[in-house]
Design a protein around this ligand. Structure first.
Ligand SMILES: [Ca+2]
Length: 152
């Protein structure tokens, strides 16, 4: 019986440590993108609580913009990642996170107003489409969406 309890204690402790490491990794990465705290875990994960499958922005970071593989890796935010458009909505990752040129560094104050920040991994979330861009839109869906934005 005593051995059983020792084994259980080891398993529970290991589980708690694994959970703590995961939470630390998530919190760490939220602070490694500009305005990361506005949407928290939802910047990179489908679930707003974090964990589970990553959205297109999370996948982009995972495959090309982590300093190291796994939970130890830090997000390499900069001009290259800022100029890409992970969700294909026409707004760059940098425009969505209010750092279009990718000049923000981890530890800096968040750029711009949090109210203008959108999700770089969700095509339904993006900054308002300027009228000039709406006129250049090539699909009816884009024109319709731009018109809906104008007349909200
Ligand atoms: Ca985008």
């Amino acid at each position: 019986m005593k051995i059983f309890w020792r084994g259980s204690l080891v398993l529970i402790t290991a589980g708690l440590l694994a959970g703590a490491n995961g939470a630390e990794a998530r919190a760490k990465r939220v602070g490694q993108i500009p305005n990361g705290g506005v949407s928290g875990c939802a910047n990179c994960h489908n679930s707003t609580a974090g964990g589970g499958p990553r959205n297109t922005f999370g996948q982009m970071i995972e495959t090309g913009f982590l300093g190291a593989a796994g939970s130890a890796g830090n997000v390499q935010w900069g001009p290259e990642l800022a100029k890409m458009d992970a969700d294909g909505d026409g707004a760059t990752n940098g425009q969505e996170l209010s750092d279009p040129d990718g000049l923000w560094k981890s530890g800096d104050a968040d750029p711009d107003d949090a109210a203008v920040v959108t999700l770089p991994g969700d095509a339904k979330s993006h900054p308002p489409i300027p009228v000039a861009s709406a006129l250049e839109a090539t699909t009816w869906a884009q024109v319709k969406e731009a018109m809906q934005e104008l007349f909200k």
